[in-house]
Design a protein around this ligand. Structure first.
Ligand code: SAH
Ligand code: SF4
Length: 399
């Protein structure tokens, strides 16, 4: 008995071997399929008319088959620190956002750095979300390309309902397809400056990537395929609010090569459940077990994200509790002072309290960074992505 064939992935989400059949069906040869993959993923060309080494009949049929223009960039906003936020619209009109975050070192950037929210001499401070990716990242070479980290979305809104997050407050509108997820990188690459190079991708935009597991996993395979965009898995980080079964799946499917960031935000169940309802389903003990079981390669660390919310989880005693919770795990901690959102009165602690929290974790022996706010002037900071889209929708509706 032959097993039923899995349904064909949408065009932009096909791996090279998955293009062979469609290429033949459109009158070409199997190797043309692999060429199509390279045109799309390596060169970023999605207009079949420009795929010059394909037979013209195949180009025409590929164009007629459609499915290569799943996104449209409707706005690009550039912040003073060169962070760019792209608003992208999908075929059904739904919009999400993706953010390009250039490294802060390198010749061009000097003198253009945005002031960090709580910068102080001697304070260990993270450059940006890129630091979630690679522990042993060497600094940008003088005269070399500026390395860019792209933050991408996986869902329109989010079902997890975290109280400090604009996506959570908005709820889940729909899942994104793997083609839409990966297209953010293809379209994002077009917005890079001549001296920039895409270096890292972080799944830290709108949505919970592991709540859209199959699409996320396919996007990971596409992004890391050597004939395409060619990002190594360790330059890709998936951030999750802690979906335990899917953390295990991710670890098994990718052998622990994909970077993992965990949104922890609290060191006891009561506090965490108040901030993140998902904690009821997967409480801290279960989550910690999943982290211990993650097949992390040697010398790699799990990133622990901790959004500091004034009066909720920011007491130095909570930092000490966090230190005890994480004991023995290979982690680094990224503190993210909460970015205010329209739907909530919650906010970040003052600088003194943030530094005290960091100090307590450093005293406990952890690498602990305060995430610099990037792209502030274009609302591109963590958790704010849904906000602008929502505001815009309201405005459109009123017109
Ligand atoms: N859903 C995933 C990934 C997207 S959110 C997750 O929760 O991990 C990326 C990070 O931004 C998460 O750590 C999230 O908790 C944090 N975040 C969300 N809203 C925020 C806000 N208003 N201020 C600061 N960080 C926020
Ligand atoms: Fe969803 Fe992450 Fe926002 Fe929580 S923090 S609501 S999981 S996007």
């Amino acid at each position: 008995m032959t097993r039923p064939r899995p349904p064909l992935a949408p065009p932009l989400a096909r791996l090279p071997e998955e293009w062979e059949g469609p290429a033949r069906a459109l009158g070409g040869r199997a190797f043309h399929g692999r060429q199509i993959f390279r045109w799309i993923m390596a060169r970023g060309i999605t207009d079949p008319g420009k795929m010059t080494d394909l037979p013209s009949g195949l180009r025409t049929k590929l164009g007629e088959a459609g499915g290569l223009s799943v996104l449209e960039t409707t706005a690009v906003r550039r912040a003073a620190d060169h962070t760019r936020k792209l608003l992208v619209r999908m075929a059904d009109g739904a919009t999400v956002e993706t953010v390009l975050i250039p490294g802060v070192t390198g010749p061009r950037r000097r003198g253009h750095e945005a002031p960090a929210s709580v910068a102080e001499p001697g304070v260990e401070e993270d450059a940006d979300a890129a630091a979630a990716v690679d522990d042993e990242e060497e600094p940008d070479a003088e005269g070399g390309p500026v390395r860019v980290t792209q933050c991408i979305s996986t869902q329109v809104g989010c079902a997890m309902g975290c109280v400090f997050c604009a996506s959570g407050v908005a709820g889940l509108a729909r899942q994104m397809g793997p083609d839409e997820i990966v297209a953010q990188v293809l379209w994002g690459r077009r917005e890079l400056d001549a001296d920039e190079q895409l270096r890292n991708v972080v799944f830290m935009g709108m949505g919970e990537p592991l709540h859209n597991y199959d699409a996320t996993a396919r996007a990971l395979r596409l992004l890391s395929h050597p004939d395409g965009i060619g990002l190594s898995s360790r330059r890709i980080t998936v951030s999750t609010s802690g979906l335990v079964p899917e953390i295990a799946r991710l670890g098994a499917d990718f052998g622990g090569q994909v970077g993992l960031a965990i949104s922890l935000h609290a060191a006891d169940d009561e506090t965490r459940t108040r901030l993140m309802p998902i904690n009821k389903k997967y409480p801290l003990a279960t989550l910690m077990e999943a982290l211990r079981a993650y097949p992390l390669p040697r010398r790699r660390r799990i990133t622990i994200e901790y959004t500091l919310v004034a009066g909720r989880n920011d007491d130095p005693s909570e930092a000490r509790k966090l230190g005890r919770l994480l004991r023995g795990l290979p982690v680094k901690v990224n503190l993210i002072p909460m970015n205010p959102i329209e739907a909530s009165t919650l906010g970040p602690p003052d600088a003194g309290r943030i530094l005290a929290f960091q100090g307590a974790l450093i005293d406990a022996g952890y690498s602990c960074f305060i995430r610099r706010r990037r792209g502030d002037d274009v609302d591109a900071a963590c958790g704010q992505l849904a906000l602008l889209g929502a505001r815009r929708k309201v405005r459109v509706n009123r017109e």
